[in-house]
Design a protein around this ligand. Structure first.
Ligand code: C5P
Length: 231
């Protein structure tokens, strides 16, 4: 069968990463988490003590970043300069700064180039998925990185559902205090990210899947239905 490219975008807390990884696993496809690339770039700049307001220095650092990212959905691998950064990049000190790096247009150009390369690499044999294709997930995959993808999905969820998910992830509970503690972080990040990418409204030809009232399993099934319908 023809290699398939599945592009999935959505805001913070929409469940994009868990859903995309599981969809890739079920279909035997590679998986690319582009948010992890922006997070790794942020980690690298902060570790290198670069002033994030110095856009030229940030762009130069990202162009020189020694990034090693796996695309096997069952074996998470993300290294920068040989250091395993998978845990660090999920921490608050990265989440709070990532938008500053991701709104740097030269950084976006560089990471988009790497993302297109990774996607193209999975549509030819001899890579991890033996050319069967890839699920790529982020904020601008359906619109900018892979607008020609066979399947394009915008994964949305109500603000309430997104805040509850993030609160559970970060604090292990979704009580009022935990939700309040995540509110600023989640909403501020979406607002900042929205200044350079549109991921709140589905572009032409992009299928919206609303996960507000679905659990992970049901959301995965909904996305698999879209894939089956379009491929
Ligand atoms: O998806 P995740 O929350 O890990 O993404 C982290 C950050 O990376 C986002 O807040 C956004 O600033 C940036 N990002 C982006 N474009 C993408 C994926 C992520 O700007 N395609």
């Amino acid at each position: 069968s023809q290699p398939v490219v599945v592009a999935i975008d959505g805001p913070s807390g929409s469940g994009k990463s868990s859903v995309s990884r599981e969809v890739a696993r079920r279909l035997g496809l590679a998986y690319l988490d582009t948010g992890a690339m922006y997070r790794a770039a942020t980690w690298w700049c902060l570790r290198s003590e670069i002033d994030l307001a110095d856009t030229a220095a940030v762009a130069a650092a990202v162009r020189a970043m020694p990034l090693d990212q796996g695309v096997d959905p069952s074996v998470e691998k993300l290294e920068v300069d040989g250091a395993d950064v998978r845990a660090d990049i999920r921490e608050t000190w990265i989440s709070e700064k990532v938008s500053a790096v991701a709104t740097n247009l030269d950084v976006r150009a560089e990471l988009r180039r790497l993302q297109r390369e990774a996607i193209a690499g999975q549509t030819v044999p001899d890579s991890f998925s033996e050319g069967r294709g890839i699920v790529a997930e982020g904020r601008d995959i359906t619109t900018v990185v892979a607008p020609d993808a066979d399947v394009r999905v915008l994964l949305t969820a109500s603000e309430e559902a997104r805040l509850a998910r993030r609160a559970r992830e970060l604090h292990g509970a979704a009580d009022a205090a935990a939700v309040d503690a995540t509110r600023d972080q989640v909403l501020r990040r979406d607002r900042d990210d929205s200044t350079v990418v549109e991921f709140q409204v589905a572009a032409d030809g992009v299928v919206t899947v609303d996960s507000s009232d679905l659990d992970l399993e049901q959301t995965v099934d909904a996305v698999l239905d879209v894939v089956a319908r379009l491929t």
